[in-house]
Ligand binder design. Structure first.
Ligand code: CUA
Length: 168
């Protein structure tokens, strides 16, 4: 079989690029131990309430310290459960003072859901059987919207919630 000079050259470049890519991937995964963020903590998806963080009274915004918060959330089709407020109303909006550092911690009761807070770096999957976390700092006041960015069924596009960041 005769290969043209340029054909050989491009095959070498193509094959070489692939090889470099695979070596980088291999070194990252096996030598440096790179893996997808969080999702190392497991949980029984049938009984998420058994886990302290997902007990009804611990859902939603929890203050740790000055400007340090944790938000616990359970996703299920097609809702984010942030628990209830003092009056017993279902929480649809999380209210946080400007400058807060917030760790969102969530899991799913049924299928994989997305958890993206538009306009911030917070973006993760909520998977049944796993607890996932993401941290973000709110430096700008305003209203931010959570969207589910993993298709989860017919009501997928209704799956939203909001964060309101206010100046103290
Ligand atoms: Cu939940 Cu899409």
């Amino acid at each position: 079989m005769h290969l043209h000079k340029y054909e050989k050259m491009w095959m070498l470049i193509g094959g070489g690029a692939l090889l470099i890519f695979l070596i980088m991937l291999g070194v990252g995964a096996f030598y440096q131990g790179t893996k997808p963020p969080s999702c190392l903590t497991t949980i029984d998806p049938q009984n998420v309430e058994a886990h302290d963080s997902f007990k009804t009274e611990n859902l939603g915004l929890q203050k740790l310290d000055d400007h340090q918060y944790v938000v616990n959330v359970i996703a299920s089709a097609f809702n984010y459960d942030f628990g209830t407020d003092e009056e017993g109303n279902v929480v649809r909006t999380i209210r946080i003072p400007t400058g807060s550092e917030v760790m969102f911690q969530g899991t799913s009761k049924d299928v994989v859901h997305g958890f993206e807070l538009a306009g911030t770096n917070a973006n993760m999957m909520l998977e049944p059987g796993y607890i996932n976390t993401v941290e973000t700092t709110f430096n700008k006041p305003g209203t931010y919207t959570f969207v589910c960015n993993e298709y989860c069924g017919t009501g997928h596009h209704y799956m939203t919630a909001t964060v309101e960041v206010y100046d103290e």
